[in-house]
Design a protein around this ligand. Structure first.
Ligand SMILES: [Zn+2]
Length: 326
């Protein structure tokens, strides 16, 4: 729906109507990174700090925001307060500490950061972020993506680059995980990125000491999000078991107890299967989060809980309607 239609709907009391039936559901909000200003080319998963601040301030004022594990336990027990919400971040970007935490602290809002345990530190990037930088810095004016079946993509201006980046990310996710590295190397080579371009500090992941700082903060919990962020349903049995068990074990070692919640990488229904669920249960983890849209209810599958995904293109009016259950 258009922002105008959403604003009219809000004005007519759509939130109240929607929430009437959904008061006892839990809104689990999913963020990734928080950046100073919208990235160019467009990058859905890095939210400008002003939008983040507005949303967190609204949540603090209009929702009971609980630590995720407490919210899920109370949802299961039937003791969840009305209008409850929980805040999550996927992937473990450094900007969760530098940009998001000060805002969370100012509003007293707790959050869980789901970490890709094998991809930490200054020198690593997740593959979509490596691709984004290469698209931003490309000297090539077009990109031949015949290996992905997308033909030749235009890189003529920043709009075209944002669109090309989005399409390539989507297509790479459909390819077998074992081919991702080789495919990325090939795409980056074709893009001919300018070696003198500035670094992509917005995509740096938390290192060990930063993780420890977050972990020690009273408002923040850490959770496992696999070791290398593959799509689990396309992994071998051994890989699925390892990605889940090793990431959970690392988090368990921090607190001498299994982490209460796992977040599946990519998280659509087709991205995790029975093997992933089984591995989560084997690790002693009680709940798992998908990226499917919706509010979590008492009768929701505890190993495939829906969330509300927030990206850089979400208007505030739509954010409020989604929180109300739209
Ligand atoms: Zn992720």
């Amino acid at each position: 729906m258009s922002p105008l239609v959403d604003r009219v709907a809000l004005g007519l009391g759509a939130e109240r109507l929607l929430r009437g039936k959904r008061r006892h559901a839990l809104a689990i909000v999913m963020y990734h990174g928080v950046v100073e200003a919208a990235l160019e080319p467009f990058c859905w998963h890095q939210l400008p700090v002003a939008a983040f601040d507005q949303q967190i301030a609204w949540l603090a004022q209009h929702r009971t925001v609980l630590p995720l594990a407490e919210a899920l336990s109370r949802l299961a027990e039937g003791t969840l307060p009305e209008d409850a919400a929980a805040v999550t971040f996927d992937d473990g970007y450094r900007n969760n500490l530098t940009r998001a935490l000060p805002i969370l602290a100012r509003h007293g809002v707790p959050a869980t950061v789901f970490v890709v345990t094998g991809r930490r530190g200054h020198d690593t990037r997740l593959w979509p972020d490596r691709l984004w930088k290469a698209v931003r810095d490309a000297r090539a004016k077009t990109l031949d993506t015949s290996t992905l079946g997308l033909g030749t993509l235009d890189l003529g201006d920043v709009q075209a680059r944002g669109a090309a980046y989005g399409r390539v990310v989507h297509a790479v996710k459909e390819v077998d995980v074992s081919r991702w590295d080789e495919l990325l190397d090939d795409l980056v080579t074709r893009l001919e990125p300018d070696p003198s371009a500035p670094p992509d500090a917005d995509f740096e992941l938390l290192d060990d000491s930063e993780l420890a700082t977050l972990d020690a903060h009273p408002l923040i919990d850490l959770g496992p999000h696999s070791v290398t962020h593959p799509i689990l349903s396309r992994c071998s049995n051994e890989q699925v078991a390892h990605e889940v068990a090793a990431s959970c074990a690392e988090l368990a070692a921090r607190h001498d107890t299994p982490p209460p919640v796992f977040a599946y990488p990519n998280g659509r229904t087709q991205d995790f299967d029975e093997r992933a669920r089984h591995a989560v249960q084997l690790a002693g983890v009680r709940f798992a989060l998908s990226t499917e849209h919706g509010l979590a209810r008492r009768d929701s599958d505890p190993l495939a809980l829906p969330r509300i995904s927030v990206g850089a293109d979400l208007p505030f009016s739509r954010f409020r309607l989604l929180l109300a259950g739209a």
